[in-house]
Design a protein around this ligand. Structure first.
Ligand SMILES: NC(=O)c1ccc[n+]([C@@H]2O[C@H](COP(=O)([O-])OP(=O)(O)OC[C@H]3O[C@@H](n4cnc5c(N)ncnc54)[C@H](O)[C@@H]3O)[C@@H](O)[C@H]2O)c1
Length: 363
């Protein structure tokens, strides 16, 4: 088992990563659980079927546990499902001494974390990620739900008390979810670790290459990058914003695909390539975008996806993005690997590049 510690100005918490560790909740989380009155495990229907019983058994040495199941997928990050979760917290009799466990992917982490941040003005929670993508989302304390006008618009910063990442749960993950999660790992490498990026490009040519014995190494490095960024800037007033590389267009594409039409990571991969094009167009960089896109395409990412949607509509959605200010669209651009910066980009430039993408042009 590997262990890391995430430190912020206000708190610090452990991240345990290892095969089969969902069976060791009572011992690994003993110091946290021993002071609690009750635990509610929030999970989705798919993950509940596979792992909820194991986790109930594993914590029940320490505490009595209830389970709240929500539908699988992005649509559960909604007001409606959030309301149902709040109702379950009340009906299960959670009090201020209780704790929530988020058992699932990024959707569950965000939803259950937001429930924990707001129930009785905030109770603690533990992240138990079960997707590759959740190596990113489970660390750092961003929680929230979507509004029909935009993604993640309602939320709170609420750090988990611990992260317990059982890599055995990844064995049941569908390929498209591996691909989705790997995009966030690639993103970490692009913005913060050129050496890791080179290593990934040299060693990962298919999804099977991610799943092999190197997985623990990938995960540890990627989580460490996230932890370094969160330590420096917990509330996203500076460098943490760089984690949004690929997300400005990515969120818009994800929304236009009808949340679930395309995975988060697939949309982010298309968004990263687009951000490189923007960076070149504004004269900040000399990316060989074709070459970068080829690597991602070979891994199965739908890089051309933005061309399926109306440029006007994508730009309207980007204006509603959290990173937009006074209707100005802000991008994380990259001069080169490891050198990100923020830039406001005007609509005309974006419209041109989106239209060129439709015609198959690469800058
Ligand atoms: N808070 C953050 O910092 C942060 C960072 C990145 C992304 N996110 C959010 O994360 C979300 C995406 O997360 P995700 O990709 O993990 O999606 P997800 O939670 O919907 O999981 C994807 C699918 O995989 C299934 N699944 C989960 N674990 C499984 C397992 N072990 N075996 C089989 N099936 C399994 C789920 O039921 C779901 O259908 C987005 O909403 C995004 O906004 C948050």
């Amino acid at each position: 088992m590997e262990e890391l510690v995430v430190t912020t100005d206000h708190t610090s918490y452990p991240v345990f990563i290892g095969e089969g560790i969902r069976h060791q909740c009572s011992s690994l989380l003993y110091d946290i659980l021993k002071e609690r009155s009750k635990v509610l495990i929030i999970t989705d229907e798919t993950v509940a079927e596979l792992y909820a019983d194991d986790v109930v058994r594993s914590v029940s040495n320490a505490l009595s546990a209830g389970v709240c199941k929500v539908p699988s997928g992005e649509t559960s990050k909604s007001m409606d499902v959030y309301h149902k979760v709040m109702t379950a917290c009340i009906q299960e009799g959670l009090d201020r001494q209780s704790i929530i466990i988020a058992l699932g992917g990024g959707v569950i982490g965000d939803l259950a974390g937001f429930a924990a941040a707001t129930y009785m003005r905030g109770i603690p929670f533990i992240q138990m990620p079960t997707t590759l993508l959740a190596q990113d989302s489970s660390v750092g304390g961003k929680t929230g739900i979507n509004h029909e006008l935009g993604k993640n618009l309602i939320g709170a910063f609420h750090q988990p008390a611990a992260v317990l990442y059982d890599t055995e749960t990844l064995h049941t993950l569908p390929d498209k979810e591996w691909r989705s999660g790997f995009a966030e790992m690639i993103k970490h490498a692009y913005i913060k670790d050129p050496e890791f990026l080179t290593w990934l490009k040299e060693n990962v040519h298919s999804l099977e290459d991610i799943k092999d014995s190197q997985l623990l190494r990938f995960l540890k490095r990627s989580i460490a990058i996230k932890a370094e960024i969160v330590k420096e800037d917990e509330k996203e007033s500076g460098v943490r914003a760089f984690l949004n590389f690929g997300h400005t267009l990515g969120h818009a594409v994800e929304k236009e695909s009808g949340y679930g039409g395309m995975t988060h990571g697939e949309a982010v991969a298309a968004g990263m390539i687009f951000a490189m094009k923007v960076s070149n167009r504004l004269g900040y960089s000399k990316w060989d975008v074709t070459q970068e896109a080829e690597w991602l395409k070979a891994l199965g990412y739908p890089i051309e996806a933005p061309s399926q949607y109306s440029s006007h509509q994508l730009i309207e959605v980007m204006k509603n993005d959290k990173k937009a200010s006074k209707g100005n669209i802000t991008f994380v651009l990259l001069e080169k690997p490891g050198s990100p910066f923020l830039e406001t980009v005007d609509e005309r430039t974006l419209a041109h590049i989106l239209e060129e993408t439709k015609e198959g042009g690469v800058i």
